[in-house]
Design a protein around this ligand. Structure first.
Ligand SMILES: [Zn+2]
Length: 308
């Protein structure tokens, strides 16, 4: 398997207030874990800055304008109770979606079988017209639409195992049956959406977990809801909203997964990518706030993608 890994130093310059869980050290912890010799063969690529017009694949111009206008000349400004921007946040956000789109180009143009993007800010809480939950633009949604518009993908699946429900991705694809959105997440928990009965055009599949659930409940939900829907949908591309905050060490939630669960889920999605998508799999970092839990989980996820 050819795996590409995208990141960029600009992601470290998207600053959040002191004590905020979504912080630059998250990416530093991932980089450190990837210094191990087993990752020597990883093809590292500097993330390109994205085309702002691709933001309009998932958001109206008014949202783009509002975020652009909120960027401060110095210090930190808030666009939402939880969501902050600093002077370099615009460039970081453009480079986050730029990497997601470049990853899609890579898998459709044969430069890689699969790609992992270690970017900040994350994206899955960003709704059509609303930044929230540490997210400005919905990187996964933009990448899915980019695959459809530029590469002729008919059906794209976005699989979201972040411990929080991806309300933004659900909002963007609510009436779009060409995109399957499947999420496992803790409920109740921020942002409050993600009940089983929220099905949109029939291609939204929510598999909520209860506080205290661990490996068995996650794998059961993933198998019976997510993988079953994926097999019926037969996508042309799989995009993973890869949050690692369902790890038992994470301070923001009460789901008790280990890195072995992410290894298993990665393997299951790779098997479907091989069966339906000519291996095309793009994984985008979302949450994960315990540095040790995040680093070991990302390393495990990437190792599985390298091994095939
Ligand atoms: Zn999360």
């Amino acid at each position: 398997m050819t795996l590409r890994f995208y990141t960029h130093p600009i992601y470290l310059e998207h600053l959040t207030p002191e004590g905020h869980p979504e912080r630059p050290d998250r990416l530093r912890a991932i980089e450190k874990a990837l210094e191990h010799e087993v990752f020597a063969g990883l093809e590292r690529v500097e993330a390109p800055e994205g085309d702002p017009d691709t933001i309009l694949y998932a958001h109206p111009q008014s949202h783009l304008d509002r975020i652009h206008a909120a960027i401060p000349e110095e210090g930190i400004a808030r666009v939402d109770a939880d969501t902050a921007v600093s002077p370099k946040s615009w460039q970081a956000a453009l480079t986050a979606l730029g990497a997601a789109n470049a990853a899609v180009d890579d898998v459709f143009e044969g430069r890689a079988d699969n790609v992992f993007v270690a970017a900040r800010p994350p994206g899955h809480h960003a709704e059509k017209d609303r930044a929230m939950g540490f997210c400005l633009f919905n990187n996964a949604a933009i990448a899915a639409r980019h695959a459809q518009r530029k590469h002729g993908a008919e059906r794209v699946a976005v699989i979201d195992w972040d411990v929080h429900h991806g309300n933004g991705t659900q909002d963007i694809f609510w009436d779009d049956a060409s995109v399957l959105y499947c999420s496992t997440h803790q409920m109740p928990l921020y942002p409050g959406t993600g009940a089983k009965h929220e099905t949109g055009a029939g291609t939204i599949v929510n598999a909520p977990l209860s506080p205290g659930d661990g490996s068995a409940a996650f794998r059961e939900a993933f198998r019976t809801r997510v993988l079953k829907s994926l097999d019926e949908f037969a996508p042309d591309l799989i995009v993973i909203s890869a949050g690692f905050d369902a790890h038992h060490r994470d301070p923001l939630a009460e789901i008790n997964l280990t890195e072995d669960d992410f290894d298993w889920a990665t393997g299951e999605l790779m098997e479907r990518a091989g069966r339906f998508c000519d291996d095309r799999l793009v994984s985008l970092l979302e949450g994960g706030y315990d540095l040790q839990g995040l680093a070991v989980s990302v390393a495990t996820h990437i190792r599985r993608m390298m091994k095939g």
